[in-house]
Design a protein around this ligand. Structure first.
Ligand SMILES: *[C@@H]1O[C@H](CO)[C@@H](O)[C@H](O)[C@H]1NC(C)=O
Ligand SMILES: *[C@@H]1O[C@H](CO)[C@@H](O)[C@H](O)[C@H]1NC(C)=O
Ligand SMILES: *[C@@H]1O[C@H](CO)[C@@H](O)[C@H](O)[C@H]1NC(C)=O
Ligand SMILES: *[C@@H]1O[C@H](CO)[C@@H](O)[C@H](O)[C@H]1NC(C)=O
Ligand SMILES: *[C@@H]1O[C@H](CO)[C@@H](O)[C@H](O)[C@H]1NC(C)=O
Length: 232
């Protein structure tokens, strides 16, 4: 039964989405402005020089490391604030009304094989080998997108995958920001509410709907291939 549910979700999700399930235990409570409980990472994640062993998946479209966040109106990046934040699509999302927010970690299997392939395609010459993948999915919370964290040896990456993105009239923003904004990125157009549907077709890696970033202490805002498809 659960397997059928899982298959259905895989079939219904956009091709670029990494596998996800919405089984109990992997999904956020349906609470306005809620969050997951603290998620212990099975492998530490390096984010611009800081090493994290835990994360929170927040219903309003973002990930934070030290504490959950209920903030539903995005602060503009660069915030120059005191926390690291990864925003798949920071806006007012309500999983009480519809949709599911869920998360999974993988340390073996085809998800790692595919992550290794993807990263070596987008960031050639690193000879990257993924050993850990974390997938956070906001599925049909009006809008569907994922934030995928990928790491191996000392490298770490983020993929953001976008499906159908509803225009809601609420302020929005996609990208990431760090403590004191030493590193930050705003996906072009993602903070203009009326044009966020374009996230489904824009890319910095020639894959419509996908953005990829290297986020260890390596190159600043490194986007090795930068072929934006936005508004093409
Ligand atoms: C961040 O704020 C500090 C003061 O708290 C200021 O000195 C610094 O210039 C600001 N940096 C940016 C990028 O705005
Ligand atoms: C891995 O990628 C292949 C080719 O795109 C795809 O058919 C398969 O479903 C993917 N597997 C997983 C577990 O993501
Ligand atoms: C990649 O890492 C996996 C374990 O995560 C290991 O089994 C595999 O041999 C490694 N492959 C390469 C090419 O280093
Ligand atoms: C990872 O970083 C540590 C500490 O900076 C270093 O000693 C080690 O050689 C690095 N490993 C790889 C595979 O780059
Ligand atoms: C951030 O900036 C403040 C004010 O300039 C400084 O006191 C603090 O040490 C900085 N934090 C980090 C982690 O660099």
């Amino acid at each position: 039964m659960l397997k059928n549910v899982f298959l259905f979700i895989l079939l219904a999700a956009p091709d670029i989405f990494y596998p996800f399930s919405s089984a109990a235990g992997d999904r956020n409570p349906a609470v306005e402005d809620g969050s997951s409980s603290v998620i212990q990472l099975s492998s530490p994640f390096l984010f611009f020089g800081r090493t994290y062993r835990q994360i929170y998946v927040n219903n309003n479209g973002h990930l934070t490391f030290n504490q959950p966040s209920s903030v539903y109106t995005p602060y503009s990046f660069p915030i120059n604030g005191s926390q690291d934040i990864i925003a798949g699509l920071w806006t007012d999302l309500d999983n009480r009304v519809k949709g599911v927010v869920s998360y999974q970690q993988y340390t073996s299997g085809n998800v790692l094989t595919n992550a290794t392939l993807d990263i070596n395609t987008y960031f050639p010459n690193l000879k990257f080998n993924a050993s850990w993948v974390f997938v956070a999915t906001w599925n049909k919370v009006d809008t569907s997108f994922q934030v995928v964290l990928i790491s191996g040896s000392n490298y770490s990456f983020i993929l953001m995958n976008y499906g159908d993105i509803a225009v809601t009239g609420h302020p929005v923003q996609a990208g990431y920001d760090t403590v004191n904004s030493t590193h930050y990125f705003v996906i072009p157009g993602s903070n203009r509410g009326s044009s966020i549907s374009n996230l489904r077709i824009s890319s910095n890696v020639d894959v419509p709907g996908r953005w990829a970033f290297r986020v260890d202490s390596g190159l600043r805002n490194s986007i090795l291939k930068c072929k934006s498809l936005i508004y093409r």
